[in-house]
Write a protein that binds this ligand. Structure first.
Ligand code: AKG
Length: 201
């Protein structure tokens, strides 16, 4: 993490709740995931813009069924990221970002995502930038997402900060250029919190 002087409560929350585990999967596990992802993905065309205009040059799909090896990896991701008993979505979101693509600052809608977003990065390193929603040029954290690492966003990083993936020209971390190529992320989310039942009259 790359953090300027911040109020200690924000700093503590973001440091505890927005984490990256390097080498979360092995090269073999990365290959095994790609083998199951690529045949479907390569039939799709890269899109220039997303329905809410958050992503540039990407293709995506959701996958529910996986082979046994990959299932094991996916359950390790869930175990590392969600508190026990959390119900996470059974569809895994797979996002293929072109070398020249990027993801603009956004927060995931509470209609589709609960408290946690977690993802493993395949094929390329990249930089994820978190910006505070009200102080977007002051409270900024960059996370280096190395190939095969697992990131997790929860707490204020999920709700009070936007996240984005920098385009290749801007991809620097601690002053060092990060080579961003085509990147595939395998993303898990927990279920949105159920709405409170209406109060009885
Ligand atoms: C999201 O799921 O909201 C993202 O921005 C995905 C980030 C990623 O590619 O890992």
């Amino acid at each position: 993490h790359n953090i300027p002087k911040w109020p200690s409560n924000i700093l503590k929350d973001i440091t505890e709740n927005c984490t990256v585990i390097p080498d979360f999967i092995t090269e073999n596990e990365e290959m095994s995931l790609l083998k199951e992802i690529e045949p479907h993905m390569k039939r799709l065309k890269y899109e220039k813009s997303h329905w809410d205009d958050a992503i540039y040059l990407y293709r995506e799909r959701e996958q529910r069924n996986w082979n046994e090896n990959n299932k094991e990896v996916l359950s390790r991701i869930a175990k590392a990221s969600f508190p026990p008993e959390t119900i996470h979505l059974s569809y895994i979101h797979i996002l293929d970002l072109h070398k020249d693509g990027h993801i603009k600052p956004h927060t995931d809608s509470i209609r589709y995502c609960g408290n946690t977003i977690t993802g493993v990065s395949l094929l390329s390193d990249s930089v994820m930038r978190l910006r505070h929603k009200d102080e977007k040029d002051i409270y900024i954290v960059d996370l280096l997402l190395k190939r095969r690492s697992l990131y997790k966003l929860t707490g204020i990083g999920r709700y009070d900060f936007t996240h984005e993936i920098l385009d290749q020209k801007e991809s620097n971390f601690s002053g060092i250029k990060v080579q961003k190529n085509r990147r595939i992320s395998v993303i898990c989310r927990d279920m949105p919190q159920k709405e409170k039942p209406p109060e009885e009259l």
